[in-house]
Design a protein. Sequence first.
Length: 283
Amino acid sequence: MSTTTTITAAEINKLRQVTGAGMMDCRKALVESDGDFEKAIDYLRKKGQKVAALRSDREAKEGVIIAKTTDNKKTGLIITLACETDFVAKNAEFVAFTQSIMDVAIKNNVKSLDELLSAKLENATVSDKINDQVAKIGEKIHLTRFERIDAEGVAAYIHGAYRMGVLVGLNKNTEATIEAGREVAMQIAAMNPVAVDQDAVSPEMIEREKAIVTDQIRNDPKMAGKPNEMIEKIAMGKLNAFFKENTLTAQAFVKDASKTVAEHLKSVDPSLKVTSFKRVQLG
């Protein structure tokens, strides 16, 4: 721990909002982590605290998120147009403006945020049109997120009055498989998995989760003096539970909890698989 690290009230409050932990616990976590936000979250979890958000993909306080696919369902895009207030975000004209930007992205086969900002919308660039909206509305407005999936089949889903967008890449492209993909997109919106399956979880995340659960076990008074082999075995059990709860295909299917997402996909088409997904939400 650095003796020169200064923790501000704003940083403590931010950690409280994300984790739900107490003020003093958040302060100590930040001090022990030299102000590193992610390490502070891990610190709280290692101490056995229930953390409200294990991961965060929140990009903006308010705004509109659009998720859409091309007509052939082989490409899907998500864009986020951020603003300062929900009053603006819920305005029909603002939603329509965001949709017009998405139409430009689809029409021009845009592959990046910079490319989208430079693309033409009517008689000006998207960037200039956004600046026009800033002048008209009087709020800071900017494109904060651009995501793209290319696959044999892609399904799109918008949740919660344009507050979340999900794309699902599939290895099949039929009416039935795209509909299944949309159901899976709803699953992703609700359950926020970290990866498609266990094999897709990054080695860094696996090591992080293993370290956390191992420290949780060692901090349990009931485990005092227990051999390392027992602790390792329990840790692996907890890690397997993490995979089941947090990887898409191993999760219980929200529409029918008697089967997993993988089993539901197999019931639609024996060889149907999710190849990738994107999930973007407002904070």
